[in-house]
Each structure stands twice: as C-alpha cells, then as structure tokens.
Design a protein around this ligand. Structure first.
Ligand SMILES: NC(=O)c1ccc[n+]([C@@H]2O[C@H](COP(=O)([O-])OP(=O)(O)OC[C@H]3O[C@@H](n4cnc5c(N)ncnc54)[C@H](OP(=O)(O)O)[C@@H]3O)[C@@H](O)[C@H]2O)c1
Length: 265
C-alpha cells in the first residue's frame, strides 16, 4: 500500500467523476492504490473509466449514477458505500451557467447553486462524521481563480467557487484535531470537456487535467488551499493582494467576455 493510500484510503468517493478533472482525480487516486466510488449522471462514461482503472491499476471501482442537483442522493450514496471504508471525499462536480445574470434562465442559476454549493455541503455532512470518528482522512473541494473576486458572465458560478474555498478553510482548521485534512483547489483554466463547452480558446497558464488533479492530491495535508501552476499562483497573488478589487473584476471580465462562444452542447 502507498503512503497516500494508508493516510487517505482505502476507499475514496469522487463526485463528478465521469470526465474532465474528476476522471483525472480518479486516475490519480487509482495510481496511488486507492479504491474508488465514482459518481456522476452518465453511467456509460463511469463504466468505461472504471474498466480502464481496474485493469491498469488493480484497484476496485464502484460506479454510482446520481444527479447531485436532485433530491435524496446523499441517502442513496450512503447505501451504495455502506460496506466500504471511506477515507477521502472529493467533490468535483460543477454546473456553469454562462452569460449575463439577467439573461440566464432562473432555473439554471438555481440548479447551479444546488450542484455547486448545496451538494458539497450535503456530501460532506453525510460522510465527514465517519471520517472524524475513524480519526483519519481527507477532503478535496474544487474552487477556481474565478472565485477570488466577482467574475462577470459566470457570476453565480464564481460566487459558488468562493463558497467552496472558504468552506474548505474553515473545515481545514476545524478538522485538524480529527485527523482529517482539507484542501480546496483554486484552478486556473483547464482544457476539460466542460471548459471546451464554454469556449474553444486557450487561456494563459492552462494546465492538463492530470497535472491539476495530481498537484491537488499532493497538496493534501499542506494547507487549506492550492493553486496549481506558477503563472496561476502569480495571478492569484495579483488578483488577491495587488490589484484594487474593481480592477481585478475588470481583468476577469476581459478574460470571460468570450465565454459561451464555444460549440453548442
Ligand atoms: N475546467 C476548468 O477550467 C476549471 C477551472 C477551475 C475550476 N474548475 C473546477 O473543476 C471541477 C471540474 O471541472 P471540469 O472542467 O472537469 O468539469 P466538466 O468537464 O464539466 O466535468 C464535470 C463533472 O461533474 C459531473 N457532474 C456535473 N453535474 C452533475 C450532477 N448534477 N450530478 C452528478 N455529476 C455531475 C459531470 O458528469 P455527468 O455530466 O456525467 O453527470 C462531470 O463528470 C469543477 O468543480 C470546476 O468548477 C474547472
């Protein structure tokens, strides 16, 4: 067993695992010898990923099809994992309504808040008590550079990402005495299927999904937040500490003005 699997295994849940960064988290964990519960809506993608991880890394993989924006899923996920010893909780799923707030359907905004804000709270509330009781484990939440300040055209999403980073900071301190490490990843642009649905343009400092997932897993136990990539870390410092708030917002507006011009979903 790897040191990582001893500390954060033997099983992990990755919520939002069917593609993009979630699939990279799953691969990074499998490579570290951690067994996996993969959650997303599209079961065929989960099954294909699971087959590859089992044959390449010899880990056990269980797939659970759930919509994290709907109803009673924590209970269903608890039932599906009742017989495994969970040590790591990764909440990676996200929904990104793109456009001016007043132009986006209200239903889409509300749904994004359920997936991006309410669901991570429900996920952690359902499983953290067990991790605390066993005295060992970890939590990964996904945030974003867009969550460091208001971000036009993805305003609701960016606010949700700020929520996740701040939630992680509070839990990081609260859970230290319980042996549970917490980290939020404030990623820059990552060329995932989700990103490509919003735009076909590349962004400065772009990192491959596997790199972002691995840097985030490596950051567990080292502090409440990680910003993968030197250019992204520099940008985070500039946005947070150097620029006046309104200038930081304008800079983000320049970066997001083309969002929504990608191929139709
Ligand atoms: N890509 C970037 O540039 C970037 C930058 C900063 C931060 N991030 C953060 O990184 C995370 C992953 O981003 P990504 O670009 O990899 O996203 P993605 O390509 O859109 O993948 C999102 C994953 O979440 C799942 N998901 C979405 N809604 C769900 C729901 N209602 N129920 C269950 N699963 C759901 C999707 O699976 P199904 O569709 O099969 O359900 C998919 O596996 C997000 O939290 C995002 O905010 C991304």
């Amino acid at each position: 067993m790897t040191d990582f699997a001893e500390r954060y295994g033997p099983w992990a849940v990755v919520a939002g695992a069917s593609e993009g960064l979630g699939a990279s988290f799953a691969a990074g964990l499998a490579r570290r010898g951690v067994h996996l519960v993969l959650v997303a809506r599209r079961m065929p993608l989960l099954l294909r990923l699971a087959d590859g991880l089992r044959s390449e890394h010899g880990v056990e993989v269980r797939c659970v099809a759930l919509d994290l924006g709907d109803g009673a899923w924590p209970e269903a996920l608890r039932e599906a994992t009742a017989d495994v010893d969970l040590g790591l909780l990764v909440y990676n799923a996200a929904m990104v309504p793109v456009g001016r707030f007043v132009d986006v359907e209200g239903d889409a905004l509300e749904r994004s808040v359920r997936v991006n804000v309410l669901a991570p709270v429900r996920f952690l509330r359902a499983f953290l008590p067990t991790l605390c009781a066993r005295g060992r484990g970890g939590v990964v939440l996904m945030s974003s550079l867009s969550g460091l300040q208001g971000t036009p055209r993805v305003a609701t999403y960016a606010a949700a990402k700020a929520f996740n980073a701040i939630l992680a900071e509070g839990l990081w301190h609260e859970l230290r005495g319980d042996g549970v490490d917490v980290v939020a990843c404030s990623a820059g642009a990552v060329p995932t299927p989700g990103y490509r649905r919003s735009t076909d343009r590349d962004a400065p400092g772009m990192l491959a999904p596997d790199v972002v997932a691995n840097r985030t897993l490596e950051a567990l136990g080292r502090g409440p937040g990680v910003v993968p990539g030197a250019l992204n870390r520099f940008m985070a410092q500039v946005l947070r500490r150097v620029l006046p708030r309104r200038t930081a917002i304008r800079l983000m507006a320049a970066n997001t003005r083309h969002l929504g011009d990608g191929p139709p979903p």
